[in-house]
Design a protein around this ligand. Structure first.
Ligand SMILES: [Ca+2]
Ligand SMILES: [Ca+2]
Length: 248
């Protein structure tokens, strides 16, 4: 189960990267770590194919300890417990590297800030983790994370999903990737697609994929003239989303 989730996550988040100024990834269901030593979760926040942090548990006589570990020297973590209103780029936070344990706040939630240094700038992101009591122990859950690819942006922890503070745009519901070499237009969405229609800019349906039941739908574009097209998505909650795509 966990392996399957991780696989989905990796494929999904890599595709998420290119089309937004704030990437948000919300695990559904949340990732649960409950086995010290064997259960781990690696996250590549900035989507550059280099994992940035790892979550794991380690057992002790007092129960499981939860750890977050930075996986390279340009990544730091901070706990936001004491300065909840300051931005991640503010100077009140202490940034750590290596393997650091965390306990959760009073509500069993841990607000984790992430800072990545590259191209002579800092980039910020955040992770929400929490604990749930299980028998005599606490299991760790990773709920969601976000990353802002704008250098030095004063991102708030929890922006935008948890606080609804939304001054730099939300993550897209869906996005497209067109590969002219294999004549494929892939549509990726944050929730399962029920129906995907490819339409000309005049609204004429060129192709329709029904009962997709996945977060990705792939159109074969061979033989289609170059130009602007629309992709109309219907989800299982009956909401719609329309994307404009260019085929060359
Ligand atoms: Ca990375
Ligand atoms: Ca979640």
């Amino acid at each position: 189960m966990l392996l399957e989730m991780l696989f989905i996550k990796v494929v999904f988040s890599q595709d998420m990267a290119t089309f937004s100024n704030l990437y948000i990834f919300d695990y559904d269901p949340d990732i649960e770590l409950d086995s010290p030593g064997s259960d781990t979760l690696k996250i590549d926040l900035d989507n550059d194919s280099i994992n940035d942090v790892l979550f794991c548990l380690s057992s002790s006589s007092a129960g499981n300890w939860a750890y977050i570990q930075t996986l390279h020297s340009d990544c730091n973590v901070s706990y936001i417990s004491y300065y909840p209103t300051d931005s991640l780029s503010g100077n009140t936070l202490r940034w750590h590297s290596g393997k650091i344990n965390f306990l959760g706040e009073f509500d069993n939630q841990e607000k984790i800030g992430i800072r990545i240094y590259k191209n002579n700038a800092f980039f910020y992101g955040w992770i929400r983790a929490y604990f749930v009591s299980s028998q005599f122990n606490r299991n760790l859950f990773i709920d969601k994370y976000a990353f802002c690819p704008i250098p030095d942006y004063p991102l708030l922890w929890g922006q935008t999903i948890l606080t609804n503070v939304n001054d730099i745009g939300t993550a897209p519901v869906a996005w497209a990737y067109y590969d002219p070499v294999v004549d494929q237009l892939s549509i990726h969405a944050v929730k399962k697609i029920k129906l995907a229609k490819l339409l000309t800019s005049n609204g004429i349906v060129v192709s329709a994929l029904r009962n997709v039941n996945a977060c990705m739908a792939v159109f074969n574009t061979s033989g289609l003239p170059a130009g602007a097209y629309l992709v109309r998505l219907t989800f299982y909650d009956e909401s719609f989303y329309t994307l404009r795509v260019l085929l060359e």
